[in-house]
Design a protein around this ligand. Structure first.
Ligand SMILES: Cc1cc2nc3c(=O)[nH]c(=O)nc-3n(C[C@H](O)[C@H](O)[C@H](O)COP(=O)(O)OP(=O)(O)OC[C@H]3O[C@@H](n4cnc5c(N)ncnc54)[C@H](O)[C@@H]3O)c2cc1C
Length: 424
């Protein structure tokens, strides 16, 4: 039997402090639940800070620019100075934030502003789950205290990988092949010029032919942080990030590929002569691993037909962005069908686990088919699901019931009353 060196008892445990997890913890605390947030990294923000990605995709409908997600993601965007309090529309529909480092501080401040209601444990990885009588009874996590034990009335899995759901033995699924992983990186002192992108792409084609790169896409070269700083997404590594050995191999491959790209460009692409490699990661970006098979599985057909759900708790609007496991050159064929839906409903039941009554799953590992999740997985949509999950957990505690027994319509109404709507 494992020896826990520290024990916590809370109303709501949120595992994973990424896009969904920050919103889940804040929403639970604001709705009066004593909340504990565990995050494996030394900071929160998930993809935004662990990968360094500045995109707030899913905030607005591409066609009209209408803001379709408000609540905590909107609040974060507002604090980053990228929108106005009464804005109904935003341009572009996919805003970027200026600093992912500032986002770390902002997320800390927002979490700390809830005082005793939220305890944050960074450098803490959830690592085991116990169930009893149809409930998650205990979660174990590892940090510098050793093994710690948490008893929570409601648990929210925001790990991206559905770790808690998998270890609680509730139904989850993994699509084969999984979408590839990508290590993002930044190159400084780049001189922009009209030929740079074409030449950079040619250099990658040559590097692949010469056996220096196994595969790549794009390349995506964006100057979102400074005019002379290229933010690159082009690495593509196959693998299963829920397999520790495979994930370690992928990190090494990603680093090696990023460096090979930098060297190829510095050697032959005008504009990169005096450039230097600023940084990567610090984590490789994981697009897809496990997904919950919950009370409802959202499908591509639901999205295409804009199916209305009484228990809609979030709105999705991003295109179907499914990366293949081979080189794709340019951007047109990078991301599967690329189908652009009109804003659509995500139902509460797509967050609710089967078999155990006190477990919700929010973010990219919620319950959806692979095709549907290729749209719902983006940052703002994940945050919206997180806010719904945190709100639901707090409602369940107040009503002395469980999240599985809740009527999602009540969650929707509470979110609407708190300004987190509209839903489609
Ligand atoms: C390479 C790449 C590019 C992308 N590009 C875009 C884009 O341009 N625009 C966009 O909007 N979206 C993009 N996405 C998708 C989107 O960013 C993610 O799907 C989104 O972050 C999902 O949010 P999440 O909260 O589910 O996961 P994450 O934001 O990844 O958060 C999960 C958190 O859980 C933590 N964690 C994991 N396991 C544990 C554990 N056992 N215990 C404790 N903590 C744990 C992690 O450290 C992380 O902080 C991209 C994704 C990738 C991988």
């Amino acid at each position: 039997m494992s020896k826990a060196r520290k024990k916590y008892q809370v109303d709501v445990l949120v595992c994973g402090g990424g896009c969904a997890g920050i919103a889940a913890a804040i929403a639970a605390a604001r709705n009066n639940a004593k909340t504990l947030l565990l995050e494996r990294a030394g900071f929160s923000g998930g993809i935004i800070t662990t990968v360094g990605l500045p995109f707030f995709d899913g905030i607005a409908d591409k066609k009209t620019g209408r803001i379709v997600v408000r609540g905590i993601p909107f609040e974060l965007l507002l604090k980053m100075g990228r929108t106005q309090p009464n804005a109904t529309h935003i341009k572009p529909h996919n805003p970027t934030i200026k600093s992912t480092e500032q986002f770390k501080v902002l997320a800390d401040q927002l979490l700390e502003s809830h005082g005793e209601q939220i305890k944050v444990l960074y450098h803490t990885t959830a690592c085991e789950v116990f169930t009893q009588n149809g409930r998650v009874s205990k979660v174990l996590a590892a940090n510098k205290d050793g093994l710690i034990e948490i008893e929570a009335r409601q648990v929210i899995d925001c790990t991206g990988d559905g770790d808690i759901a998998a270890w609680a033995d509730v139904p989850v699924e993994k699509t084969k092949p999984l979408m590839p992983m990508t290590l993002h990186f930044r190159i400084g002192n780049v001189r922009q010029n009209p030929q740079l992108h074409t030449k950079a792409r040619e250099a990658l084609i040559q590097a692949e032919k010469a056996g220096k790169l196994p595969m790549f896409y794009g390349p995506g070269i964006i100057y979102c942080f400074a005019d002379d700083e290229a933010y690159i997404h082009a690495v593509r590594v196959s693998g299963d990030a829920t397999d520790a050995e495979d994930l370690s191999r992928a990190e090494m491959q990603g680093r090696s590929d990023a460096w090979a790209m930098f060297e190829a460009w510095k050697e032959s692409v005008p504009g990169f002569e005096k450039s230097y490699f600023i940084n990567s990661g610090p984590y490789i970006g994981i697009r897809e691993t496990r997904r919950l098979v919950g009370q409802y599985v959202l499908t591509e057909q639901d999205i295409r037909s804009q199916k209305n759900f009484d228990d809609a708790i979030a709105t999705g609007c991003w295109y179907m962005d499914r990366h293949p496991n081979h080189t794709t050159i340019g951007t047109a064929n990078d991301s599967g069908t690329g189908y652009q839906p009109a804003p659509y409903d995500i139902p509460y039941r797509a967050l609710v686990a089967q078999r155990v009554e006190n477990l919700l799953v929010a973010g990219r590992c919620h319950s959806a088919t692979a095709a549907a999740a290729s749209s719902t997985r983006v940052t703002v949509t994940a945050m919206a699901m997180g806010q719904a999950a945190g709100t639901a957990a707090a409602i369940a505690i107040k009503a002395k019931t469980s999240v599985a027994a809740l009527n999602g319509v009540d969650v929707r109404e509470q979110l609407t009353a708190q300004g987190a709507g509209p839903f489609t």
